[in-house]
Design a binder for this molecule. Structure first.
Ligand SMILES: Cc1ncc(COP(=O)(O)OP(=O)(O)O)c(N)n1
Ligand SMILES: Cc1ncsc1CCOP(=O)(O)O
Ligand SMILES: [Mg+2]
Length: 380
């Protein structure tokens, strides 16, 4: 890291104390007393405030529903965050007895300065503080043991001890996501063992019939066919599994999906959502979008390979993982090298000059890569 990479954060209050100030260098940040920097921590009427380039965070004693900045309320080891859109997020730092507000403001500032989205920065900040409190160093937090449990208020809770049925990991290699039964048949005929039917028009008059055909094709080929979004039809028609995104899990009856024995894959886009997905004990976790994609409008930024590697490390085999977004033949080896289990893609197949040949070659690349890794591990 060169000195120009080091981010500077100021605290305005000369009496400000935090036990982690010396350790922020491990995060590429300097937090020091200054009155000039744009990104700063300052004492506020109601407590501390963190002013970043774009947002203000207030560390409050009571949440104010009329306030539209980020608010954080620390109570023992629970941090409750009220977002500008009034949603409430919880962060339970189970391995801390008490969250120190000043330390949290410093850590949060550092992770925001490193470009993390606010809820991800809060998740990382608490992991970093917990790691230090447990004398496990001040480096980048990687071990899930130090991470907080995260959730939104009103999140669906599945019954104690319940979990979603598992998938066959050896079949979770290349994961084409397609929007017609014809495409589904094509990829299955090329030997694909996990795939998804993703029809985005809920008013498609043949929706039910198409889902039924997709399920039947999956059974014929002994493949794991996931149905995107339409969880009621998937239950009714006995699908192998369902794929749901972050907004979908807020409205779906997850207990009904779990009790019907369907597998559940969940989309995630960062640390907060990954830890949130753990609450549901899903069948796999999707990580995206890795590169820019033309297939779907994404509200978040592409995650890139470094973050993908960090997420795979965090999940550490607890659930199968799949990377999605902008992956093609050229990028595939680097994506696989992060240790992610499966590669999901759309246009690398559906916009290929020869989709059958493209599927074959992507399958070979994923499988030979997996064998290469196994070989490397044996030879070490
Ligand atoms: C494997 C896989 N990963 C992510 C998605 C995206 O799901 P979601 O966020 O719900 O968006 P839509 O696909 O419903 O537009 C996916 N379908 N599959
Ligand atoms: C459905 C979805 N979810 C996140 S990225 C994406 C689309 C991926 O398509 P492509 O492989 O063409 O980038
Ligand atoms: Mg969806």
């Amino acid at each position: 890291m060169t000195t120009t990479d080091v981010k500077q954060i100021a605290f305005r209050d000369a009496g400000f104390k935090s036990s982690v100030l010396d350790n922020t260098r491990h995060l590429g940040c300097r937090v020091l007393h200054s009155t000039t920097d744009d990104v700063r921590i300052e004492s506020h009427q109601n407590g501390l405030a963190l002013i970043t380039g774009t947002e203000t965070w207030q560390f409050v004693r009571e949440l104010d529903t009329a306030n539209i900045v980020f608010q954080a309320l620390c109570q023992d080891n629970l941090v409750t965050v009220q977002l500008p859109d009034q949603r409430i997020a919880y962060f339970q730092a189970e391995k801390l007895t008490k969250v120190n507000q000043n330390d949290l403001a410093v850590a949060l500032a550092c992770f925001i300065e490193q470009g993390y989205e606010h809820l991800d920065a809060m998740t990382l900040a608490l992991a970093w503080l917990t790691q230090q409190a447990r004398a496990a160093g001040a480096g980048w937090p990687e071990d899930r043991a130090w991470f907080p449990r995260t959730s939104f208020a009103d999140d669906h809770v599945i019954a104690d001890g319940a979990e979603f049925s598992s998938i066959r990991k050896e079949l979770f290699t290349l994961y084409p996501v397609v929007d017609t039964v014809e495409w589904l048949a094509l990829v299955l005929e090329q030997g694909v063992t996990t795939t998804q039917l993703r029809i985005k028009d809920p008013n498609d008059p043949d929706l039910k019939q198409k889902i039924q055909q997709a399920i039947a094709l999956g059974e014929q080929h002994g493949a794991q066919v996931f149905i995107n979004d339409y969880w009621q039809l998937a239950i009714e028609l006995g699908a192998y599994g369902v794929h749901l995104g972050q907004e979908d899990i807020e409205v779906a009856d997850l207990s009904a999906i779990q009790q019907a024995g369907l597998r559940l894959g969940i989309s995630t886009h960062g640390y907060f959502e990954i830890m949130r997905a753990f609450n549901l004990k899903p069948s796999y976790i999707a990580l995206g979008h890795i590169f820019p994609t033309v297939t779907k409008d994404m509200p978040s930024q592409p995650q890139g390979l470094t973050r993908l590697g960090q997420y795979v490390e965090l999940i550490n085999g607890a659930y199968p993982t799949v990377a999605i977004g902008g992956i093609n033949a050229e990028r595939l080896p680097k994506v696989k090298a992060t240790g992610v289990d499966s590669i999901a893609l759309v246009t690398a197949i559906t916009r290929a000059d020869d989709p059958k040949a493209a599927t074959q070659s992507l399958l070979n690349a994923v499988i030979s890569n997996a064998q290469g890794e196994a070989h490397a591990a044996v030879c070490e």
